[in-house]
Design a protein around this ligand. Sequence first.
Ligand code: FMN
Length: 315
Amino acid sequence: MEPEIGSDQRDAMGSANRLKLGLFGANCSSGRAVTTVPERWSGSWPDCVRLAQMADQAGIEFMLPIGRWKGYGGDTDYQGATLETVTWACGLLAKTERLTVFGTVHAPLLSPLIAAKEFVTADHIGEGRFGLNVVCGWNEGEFEMFGATLREHEARYEYAQEWLDIVKLAWSPREDFDFDGRFFQLKGVRAKPKPYGGTRPLIMNAGASATGQAFAIRNCDALFSTISRGISFEEMARHVSGVQALAQQAGRNIDVYTVGVVTCRPTEREAQDYYQYAVVDNARLGGGRQHPGDEEHYAANALARRIPTSPQSPG
Ligand SMILES: Cc1cc2nc3c(=O)[nH]c(=O)nc-3n(C[C@H](O)[C@H](O)[C@H](O)COP(=O)(O)O)c2cc1C
């Protein structure tokens, strides 16, 4: 018999810290630093394992990969070599003891039942430490690679809703079920085993638009939100409380995560110098190309669709 693990243990990610820390993007070459410096992150499997084991021992709570299929080219090919995130998570979960490891999965590119079973497999390997970051896609070039069409924005989230409903049903204690939706019609679905220990993996989403955030509020345990350039600390704090108030209105609780960049050196002066060298002076893809900027894209997207910073209907 598997030991029972409670959903509060999953939320806590095995630690008593209220502020959870994670490492983002280690599955990609260059990580998240658009730089030509030769010591930039390799994204190789041995380096990922070493990093995960250091994080595990240091008490970092989680690792979150980037779902990226196509790099940006140029000499350094920023994020050009990427390890697939669920299989990456399986390997890291097997080699760590406490860390929660997420997979970042594009709902439109994978059958929900294959996905649900992959997640359950990862979750058993990690004994309840797997988490799902579900993304709907935004990069047309990546979708063309699959011969897939990026749906119109609202439809992306309608599709993802059905997809996630199916994943959750497959995880639930239900026996055979049918699903009759707009995008999926499934008959006699049977999915075993269930996630580890009688609970389900944590679910995160990084929607920046009002629709994306409403999706997170309805379905997820956490919203991964980026700090747009120029936004003040107070505005970000208002944004976080706005999201949490919307969740409470809907009878849910949601955690909010964000991204920070840490340059670590023995002294502050050395850290500033290294930041200047690696992130400012050598901030190029190589070959003269500039980074097209996924974060810029997210930020522009969020502004265009107006991030709700005060409580309003999540619908
Ligand atoms: C911090 C952060 C991380 C994200 N990570 C990924 C990712 O790994 N892969 C991906 O395809 N999209 C990623 N996205 C994009 C989001 O899933 C989403 O498409 C984007 O924020 C636009 O929001 P919207 O869909 O609500 O318009 C990320 C967004 C943010 C803010």
